[in-house]
Design a protein around this ligand. Structure first.
Ligand SMILES: Nc1nc2c(ncn2[C@@H]2O[C@H](COP(=O)(O)OP(=O)(O)OP(=O)(O)O)[C@@H](O)[C@H]2O)c(=O)[nH]1
Ligand SMILES: [Mg+2]
Length: 307
């Protein structure tokens, strides 16, 4: 996973250091200066950009790294490459610091708990809706899926089939009908049951399609979700950040699910999403089966891109 970024940030290449006598460090105990970092950070920035990290995030990472290493000396017995690698790791760790909400415990404290899924075409909304339904059912919730993608031909059938496989209720209207009213009906139905969770699957939005965006705002107004999730496809690379900004401005999002990380992705967009948008990545989709929804763990991510 994230092989490209790992390979880049593995920092395998030996970095140069001005040779100075170790006698100094032995007598003073202060070690050698870490040396000029420009070449290292320039290479790092290029690696980050190649791995789908945005320019702004790559530059910030590089600045933060320089700040962290300012005045740092390499002590006798210490390896400069290792010091640099640990510094990159801890810089990324700091940039990923954001509170990740616990959706499962949130859903246990309100019924019905309403989740709205939004995102561009094909990013994995319907699959993620089914995966979430599976997880909530496993946790003894009464799950209702709202088939609120009334726009794309076949979308209602697609989610209905998932509902049958999972044994969860799917509220649907006819194709072409008002998606907000589907969502409303699903919430009304769920209100009759304790520990209920409503998952609203919506139609894919093109960034440019104003009508569909307006429709999504209406779904949100009518269904009053407790939690709005954006799905982005890890394969969309740097565009994921643009999509997330656009959706956040248009409807407001609480968290992001990055899908298809099992495909040959570079993974860098996760860092820019969290750092620039200041929105948590809550889950990652790592396959097409219902079990393939992983809670996002920053430590796991860092391990996968560096170690
Ligand atoms: N490998 C992999 N494929 C995924 C993942 N999530 C979704 N997919 C696949 O991506 C394709 C699109 O997924 P959908 O869930 O239909 O996407 P959508 O956002 O609902 O698409 P629209 O309704 O057309 O906007 C399907 O073939 C899914 O099986 C994932 O985590 N990994
Ligand atoms: Mg869909």
């Amino acid at each position: 996973m994230f092989e490209k970024l790992k390979e880049k940030l593995g920092l395998k290449k030996k970095t140069s250091i001005e040779e100075s006598s170790f006698e100094d460090s032995l007598t003073t105990g202060l070690g050698k200066p870490i040396g000029d970092l420009d070449e290292f950070t320039d290479d790092l920035k290029i690696s980050l950009l190649e791995a789908d990290v945005s320019l702004a995030t790559a530059e910030k990472l590089s600045d933060n790294l320089k700040g962290k290493l300012k005045g740092k000396r390499i002590k006798f017995g210490e390896d400069r490459d290792k010091v640099l690698k640990e510094a990159v790791k801890s810089t990324i760790t700091d940039m990923l610091k954001i509170k990740i909400p616990n959706l499962y415990s949130m859903a246990s404290s309100k019924s019905p708990f309403i989740i709205l899924l939004v995102g561009m075409n094909g990013t994995g909304k319907t699959t993620t809706a089914a995966k979430l339904a599976y997880e909530f059912k496993k946790r003894d919730h009464y799950v209702v899926i709202a088939a609120a993608d009334t726009f794309r031909a076949g979308a209602i059938d697609q989610i209905f089939i998932h509902g049958e496989k999972l044994g969860v209720k799917v509220v649907k209207h006819q194709a072409g009908s008002d998606p907000a009213s589907v969502a409303f009906d699903a919430v009304s139905h769920a209100s009759k049951y304790p520990r209920s969770v409503v998952i609203i699957d919506t139609a894919g939005r093109m960034q440019t399609n104003k009508n569909l965006l307006e429709e999504m705002k209406k779904i949100k107004r009518v269904s009053k979700p407790d939690f709005t999730i954006l799905t982005v496809d890890a394969l969309s690379g740097n565009d994921a950040l643009n999509q997330a900004k656009m959706f956040d401005e248009a409807v407001g999002i609480d968290a992001i699910v990055v899908t298809k990380i099992d495909a040959d992705t570079k993974g860098g967009s996760i860092l820019s999403l969290i750092y620039e948008l200041k929105k948590p990545v809550i889950f990652v989709g790592n396959g097409q089966t219902y079990e393939d929804l992983m809670e996002f763990d920053p430590n796991w991510y860092i391990k996968n891109i560096i170690d």
